[in-house]
Design a protein around this ligand. Structure first.
Ligand code: NAP
Length: 249
C-alpha cells in the first residue's frame, strides 16, 4: 500500500519537483497538490498521511499547526526556522504524540554528508572556515546550510575541548573576515553563474583539507525528500536534519 502524500507549495520550484519525484515511485502517491489559493481542508479530505511543505517562511507555521493537529506527519523544507518556532512545533506535537515532523535545512544527501564529514574532521584540525557560494538572487547570507554547518562544527569542537582558532587579526575592514557563528568564520560569495556551493576548509600545521559540495540542480534534493517522506511517520516527534534518518555511524 502506498503512502498518501500532500504537497504544499505545489506550483513552486521545489513543490513541483517533489510531485514529479513522487510520481516516479511505486510506493508513494500524491493525493493533494495545494498552493496559495487552495484550502488546507484538502489535507484531511484527501486522506493524506504525510504533508510536504515547500512554501514560504510566513506560511509554514500555519500549515504545520493544521497538519499536526489533524494527525498528519510533516516533511518541511521551507526555511526560516528558529528556536521559538521549534518550541511552537513541539507544543503542537505534544498534543498528538504519534505524529512525526522532519525539518530539514538541506535535503541534498551530499550536502548532509558534507556537513557531517566537516563536523567530524573539525575535531582534528586547529582551524576551520566555511566559504559558501550562491547565485546573486539569494536574499539571505550566510546560507542556512552554512549556518547549520557552523553549528555542527561548534558542537563537535566543544565536545573535543578544542581551543580557540589561531587568528592574529587586530585591524580589518568591516566584513573582511566574514560572519562569525560561534568560533567559525563564514564567507558568503554571491556570483552570477553559481547555483549553491559550499567548501569547508580545515587546516593544521603542514596540511589542509577541503570538503566541498556543489548543488547543480534542484532535482538533487529529491532523493532526500523521498527519504524524508518514507521515514517521517516512523519517527514521532520533532527531528531537525535529514542526517537523523541516515546511517552515518
Ligand atoms: P517558490 O518557487 O516560491 O515556491 C513556493 C510556493 O508555495 C509558491 O507557489 C507559493 O505561492 C506557495 N505558497 C506560499 N504560501 C503558501 C501556502 N500557505 N499554502 C500553499 N502554498 C503556498 O519557492 P521554492 O524555491 O520552491 O522554495 C520554497 C521554500 O523551500 C523556501 O523557503 C526555500 O528556501 C526552501 N528550500 C529548501 C530546500 C531544502 O533542501 N530544505 C531546498 C530548496 C528550497 P506564491 O508564489 O503565490 O506565493
Amino acid at each position: 500500500m502506498s503512502i498518501k502524500v500532500a504537497v504544499l507549495g505545489a506550483k513552486g520550484r521545489m513543490g513541483s519537483e517533489t510531485i514529479k519525484a513522487i510520481t516516479g515511485t511505486q510506493d508513494l502517491e500524491v493525493v493533494a497538490a495545494i498552493d496559495i489559493d487552495d484550502t488546507l481542508d484538502q489535507l484531511v479530505s484527501s486522506g493524506a498521511q504525510v504533508v510536504v511543505d515547500f512554501t514560504h517562511p510566513d506560511s509554514v507555521m500555519g500549515n504545520l499547526e493544521f497538519s499536526i493537529k489533524h494527525g498528519i506527519s510533516v516533511v518541511v523544507g521551507t526555511t526560516g526556522f528558529n528556536e521559538k518556532k521549534f518550541q511552537l512545533v513541539n507544543s503542537w506535537l505534544a498534543l498528538n504524540p504519534k505524529v512525526g515532523a522532519l525539518v530539514a535545512p538541506n535535503f541534498g544527501l551530499g550536502a548532509v554528508l558534507m556537513m557531517q564529514f566537516a563536523a567530524k574532521a573539525s575535531k582534528y584540525f586547529e582551524s576551520v572556515e566555511i566559504v559558501e557560494l550562491h547565485h546573486p538572487a539569494k536574499v539571505d547570507a550566510p546560507s542556512g546550510t552554512a549556518f547549520r554547518t557552523a553549528e555542527l562544527i561548534n558542537e563537535a569542537r566543544k565536545g573535543a575541548n578544542k581551543s580557540a582558532m589561531p587568528d592574529a587579526t587586530v585591524s580589518q575592514m568591516p566584513g573582511a573576515r566574514g560572519a562569525k557563528i560561534g568560533d567559525v568564520q563564514i564567507h558568503s560569495v554571491r556570483l552570477r553563474g553559481a547555483v549553491a556551493h559550499q567548501e569547508v576548509i580545515l587546516g593544521d600545521v603542514g596540511e589542509t583539507l577541503s570538503i566541498r559540495h556543489d548543488s547543480i540542480d534542484r532535482t538533487g534534493f529529491m532523493p532526500g525528500v523521498l527519504l524524508g517522506i518514507r521515514n517521517v511517520s516512523l519517527h514521532p516527534g520533532l527531528t531537525v536534519g535529514l542526517e537523523n534518518y541516515m546511517d552515518l555511524s
